[in-house]
Design a protein around this ligand. Structure first.
Ligand code: ADP
Length: 551
């Protein structure tokens, strides 16, 4: 029986409202900067719940959102789950065909849309996939021009009571949902129960997670449509922290401005975001000294980034996670016995994916299903389990069979574990290059190549090879104005210093940009497809000059 003692999200909001009623929530929207406090926020969350009630949204119904990081989106974060409904955040950067599939598969009953995202939604909306959507609500005070039948958010909640009789929701009730971008096949739905989100919030709040307190100013740059912005809106509310939402497509200038004006202390996002900010800081006079911590995840944080922030007395915390894990799984905090180690050794550990957060367990299995040694050398596939980790996909039995094993999630990440317990991703299982039966880590090669001064971005894929089955080929985006002719040899020299000769790519191919997935990660799948048509590249074609490898 559900009761007031179940592990649910609502008490986090209750606490913020009671203890931190005048703590600020700041939001950048297409209409400008909005600011209010937790007291007003809680009133509006109740109004929204009443409006959803009137629309006929019931326990278990899905409330879809198609929005950037802004306060109205944040209002749906507590309103929908606390009334027993399910918040389904949709990635607007997905192709229309995926959006149609996702809305249809989840049977969303109502859809909240950011005004700036209407042009992305309109082409996706088609009958019958969208027939269960009773109402489109535009996150604005007035309705912009659109072919869809929409109501403005402010009109939708206007006049509704600022109190709501919140039900006792079961901890097993699905509270959230997010689809993984589906690098292979259709996107897979992950449902987050109340308990999973509660557990994720508490795991995050520990000193070994991404701790925050009531004197923090928290700005998630990672999108709220992608795994709840790594749970930060929930964590920050639980901590009673000030929250800053950076709004639609924030560029480095927007981010730097918000950090400076709002005194942001903690922010989080993928490496690309910080590369943009670092570049902006180089050329502009901005003060980001309010920052204490920058959480970097989604893809590996480069060493140079850790050092850049260290130089400014800002801690870069490298985190690893997955949609299936709500999402944070490990954070590269320094263990206390490493505090006295030299700087290089410390950074060696901080650029790893880190230590599993309290509450979760992991094991790493080799090809024979045996657990690997924690020696930083052996590697295998990482499996995890715990209260914030899902044990199945929504309506995808065939994917369940592949990705779950006796209650453990198979992450698809190939890792080493050092004697201290730090996890290090050496590749995605499907991206590992197997050359003559031996493994080559594409991730390691990429990171090493990106350390070259004239390389802006680089990625490495395995291409079929008659003798060695697969050989690595590097794809490089040169920095502007670089001496392109010197890059391939420069890159090879760099790699020769660290890796055996059979790890060296057979070729270095120039491209204008690395294709990215909807979540901003390098899309090797697209590159593999493009590679079959080499004319797409202005660079060289691969020859058969693979460095000799011992048989
Ligand atoms: P998708 O991008 O497929 O939607 P996720 O956002 O769930 O999926 O991505 C999860 C994957 O992202 C992980 O399994 C891992 O491969 C990669 N990843 C996440 N964080 C890191 C990190 N800090 N370093 C390297 N890879 C990471």
């Amino acid at each position: 029986m559900p009761g007031g003692t179940d592990l649910t999200l609502r008490p986090f909001l209750w606490r913020a409202e009671k203890l931190y009623s005048d703590q600020e929530i700041v939001s950048r929207t297409s209409e400008g900067i909005t600011r209010y406090d937790y007291a007003e926020y809680a009133d509006r969350v109740a109004q929204l719940a009443n409006a959803l009630d009137e629309l006929g949204i019931e326990e278990g119904d899905r409330v879809g959102t198609f929005c950037w990081n802004q306060h109205l989106h944040f209002e749906t974060y507590f309103a929908a789950p606390s009334m027993g409904a399910q918040l389904h955040t949709i990635n607007p950067l997905l192709p229309a065909e995926h959006i149609r599939y996702i809305v249809d598969n989840a049977e969303d009953k109502v859809l909240f849309v950011d005004p700036s995202l209407l042009p992305a939604l309109e082409p996706a909306v088609q009958s019958p996939e969208f027939d269960h959507v009773k109402q489109f609500v535009v996150m604005a005070s007035e309705v912009p021009e659109t072919d869809l039948d929409v109501v403005a958010y402010e009109e939708f909640i206007a006049g509704h009571d600022t109190e709501y009789d919140w039900p006792d929701v079961s901890e097993d009730q699905p509270a959230g949902m997010c689809y993984t971008s589906g690098t292979t096949g259709r996107p897979k739905g992950v449902e987050y129960t109340q308990k999973m989100l509660w557990a994720h919030t508490m795991e995050s709040l520990t000193p070994q997670g991404i701790p925050m307190a009531d004197d923090d100013v928290v700005m998630p740059v990672v999108p709220m449509f992608h795994v709840n912005a790594w749970g930060m809106p929930f964590t920050a509310t639980a901590a009673g922290a000030k929250q800053v939402f950076p709004g639609p497509s924030p560029d480095p200038a927007d981010l730097a401005g918000l950090i400076e004006e709002e005194g942001v202390t903690i922010t989080a996002g993928v490496p690309t975001v910080w590369l943009g900010l670092m570049d902006y800081c180089k050329n502009n006079d901005v003060d980001i000294s309010s920052l204490d911590t920058v959480i970097v995840g989604g893809s590996a944080a480069p060493r140079s980034m850790v050092e850049w922030f260290d130089d400014r007395d800002i801690e870069l915390l490298h985190a690893w996670g997955m949609t299936e894990m709500a999402p944070i799984g490990s954070v590269a905090h320094l263990k206390s016995d490493l505090e006295s180690a030299d700087y290089e050794t410390q950074v060696d550990h901080r650029v790893k994916q880190g230590l599993i957060v309290p509450g979760l367990e992991f094991k790493v299995l080799d090809d024979d299903g045996e657990e690997i040694a924690w020696d930083g050398e052996e590697f295998g596939e990482l499996l995890v389990r715990g209260p914030s980790v899902t044990t199945e996909y929504f309506e995808r039995p065939e994917a369940n069979e592949e990705d779950f094993e006796d209650g453990w999630l198979r992450t698809g990440d190939v890792v080493t574990v050092d004697p201290e317990g730090y996890l290090k991703i050496v590749d995605r299982a499907k991206d590992v290059i197997k050359s003559g039966g031996e493994w080559i880590s594409s991730v390691e090669l990429e990171n090493a190549i990106m350390a070259h001064d004239d390389v802006a971005e680089a990625t490495v894929i395995g291409v079929p090879h008659e003798k060695w089955q697969e050989r690595p080929v590097a794809f490089v985006v040169p920095v502007e104005g670089a001496d392109r002719d010197a890059i391939p040899e420069g890159v090879m020299d760099l790699l020769r210093e660290e890796y055996p000769k059979w790890w060296l790519p057979d070729d270095v191919v120039f491209i204008d940009e690395v294709p990215k997935t909807a979540t901003g990660k390098f899309s090797k799948k697209d590159l593999r497809e493009q590679y079959t048509d080499m004319e797409a590249f202005e660079g060289k074609t691969p020859d058969d000059a693979a460095p000799e490898q011992d048989d």
